[in-house]
Design a protein around this ligand. Structure first.
Ligand SMILES: [Zn+2]
Length: 286
């Protein structure tokens, strides 16, 4: 819960800021280190989201506990990455192994945040893209578990990120970015809504607040900010990943038949589009 407050707090700060950070006040290296540390804490919160939200459990209560002996984790045993390493991947009380996935999610979130910080440079758009990246980490991890990604997490993450990006774009009058991110998010939401309505009519909708297309929301906002070129590159890359996944699925040796990879494909598509934009060198915040 603490971590969620950290996210909400920094986003609020971002939304209220009138002028964007400039290279003279804070450097690219500082931004990278700063967001990497924040990424570790957000990653810890994402572990809670990834496990609890698809199972309809509260992310606020109860606090994290050992699934073997039910002992609540003390704060000292809940430090991202460090605690897992110090405890040797085992519960302090019952010595039951703790999945390596927890530190992996924390580490990957920190690395993705660092990459966003380094790629976009000192600009409030970094905060928006970090929220989108965190949303993708959660959706991809839930999808990898074979569960449908929660629409609630996608909507909250995308809504927050869109607000931050609109503020970031308005602050330095990049109106094409502001319009792009809003159109992208709204268009993606419309696609998800239409697709859900169609499946509801066909009675193929399994559960109400989960949806295999949930990752379209953060993808819409992320690609919209980049503009038409980014949308084209991102969707093309995602389509290639989906085609490869489908080809692999039809091989008789595979046991992963029918598993959705849409969130992963869109995450890769957005990564390709952002990296391409960074390579074009359009400056801080792209
Ligand atoms: Zn235990």
């Amino acid at each position: 819960m603490t971590y969620f407050l950290v996210t909400a707090g920094s986003a609020r700060m971002a939304g209220m800021t009138i002028s964007p950070l400039t290279a003279t006040t804070i450097g690219r290296g500082t931004v990278t280190v700063l967001v990497a540390v924040v990424g570790l804490m957000i990653g810890s919160f994402l572990n809670v989201v990834i496990y609890r939200v698809p199972r309809h459990l509260s992310v606020a209560q109860p606090r994290s506990f050992c699934p073997q002996c039910d002992t609540p984790l003390r704060s000292i045993d809940n430090v991202p990455l460090v605690s897992w390493l110090v405890l040797g991947g085992r519960c302090r009380q019952c010595r039951a192994p703790i999945s390596v996935r927890y530190p992996l999610v924390e580490l990957s979130t920190a690395l993705v945040f660092a990459a966003v910080g380094w790629g976009l440079g000192p600009h409030w758009a970094v905060a928006g893209y970090c929220v989108l990246a965190a949303t993708f980490v959660a959706l991809v991890a839930v999808e990898a578990d074979g569960l449908a990604p929660p629409l609630s997490a996608a909507a909250v993450g995308t809504g927050l990120a869109t607000a931050v990006l609109v503020g970031a774009g308005a602050a330095d009058r990049r109106w094409s970015h502001v319009i792009g991110v809003m159109v992208g998010a709204v268009f993606a939401a419309a696609v998800v809504a239409v697709s859900r309505r169609r499946r509801w009519r066909e009675r193929t909708e399994p559960a109400r607040w989960t949806d295999s297309t949930a990752a379209l929301l953060p993808a819409g906002a992320a690609l919209g900010w980049l503009g038409p070129a980014g949308v084209g590159e991102g969707l093309a890359a995602a389509a290639i990943v989906l085609l490869v996944a489908r080809a692999l699925e039809h091989r008789p040796s595979t046991t992963r038949r029918g598993k959705s990879v849409l969130a992963l494909a869109l995450a890769i598509g957005v990564t390709v589009a952002v990296v391409t934009a960074v390579a074009r060198g359009t400056g801080a915040g792209l």
